[in-house]
Design a protein around this ligand. Structure first.
Ligand SMILES: [Zn+2]
Length: 163
């Protein structure tokens, strides 16, 4: 697995992210904190800069299944984190949970709220983003474990076909 050390050039983005009061629930839980640190640590500097510059990125905890992304307006991107995803962070499937977070970031960074592409294509692109930042194996594991849920089966097939 990858290390958790913060690169110098990304300290501002990460510091700013965790200093938001709305992210107290992440900062105060060691498992959630570790998940987000791992995710950010995997993002290239260029992507961290993009997130820091253009987006007010907010993660909110909710009841429901895994996670979803909302673009509230041009500047605010909200990712809803549901109970099922939080459970992954508390057990051996922790890396799968981080892959799901990476997928959600993919929706934001690929501007899916503003582009007219199908839901399925946006799912494929978000998966591609997660793969690009290093979570291919973890994403495949996640989709395999949830093969009977939603669009997981077709997403898994898409990844395996393009491998
Ligand atoms: Zn998605």
């Amino acid at each position: 697995m990858l290390g958790f050390k913060i690169r110098n050039n990304s300290q501002n983005f990460i510091k700013n992210f965790f200093s938001k009061q709305i992210h107290n629930w992440i900062r105060k839980d060691p498992d959630y904190h570790r998940a987000f640190m791992l995710l950010f640590d995997c993002l290239p500097t260029q992507i961290q800069d993009e997130l820091a510059r253009k987006k007010d990125l907010i993660f909110i905890k909710m009841d429901g299944q895994f996670a979803s992304t909302i673009e509230a307006d041009k500047k605010k991107s909200i990712i809803l984190i549901y109970e099922d995803l939080l459970k992954l962070f508390k057990g051996p499937r922790f890396p799968q949970g981080v892959a799901v977070l990476a997928h959600e970031l993919g929706h934001i960074l690929r501007n899916h709220a503003k582009r007219h592409i199908s839901i399925l294509d946006s799912q494929f692109e978000a998966d591609q983003f997660a793969i690009e930042v290093g979570f291919e194996e973890e994403l495949i594991d996640f989709l395999s474990d949830n093969i009977d849920k939603g669009d997981c089966k077709i997403r898994l097939e898409n990844i395996l076909v393009n491998k």
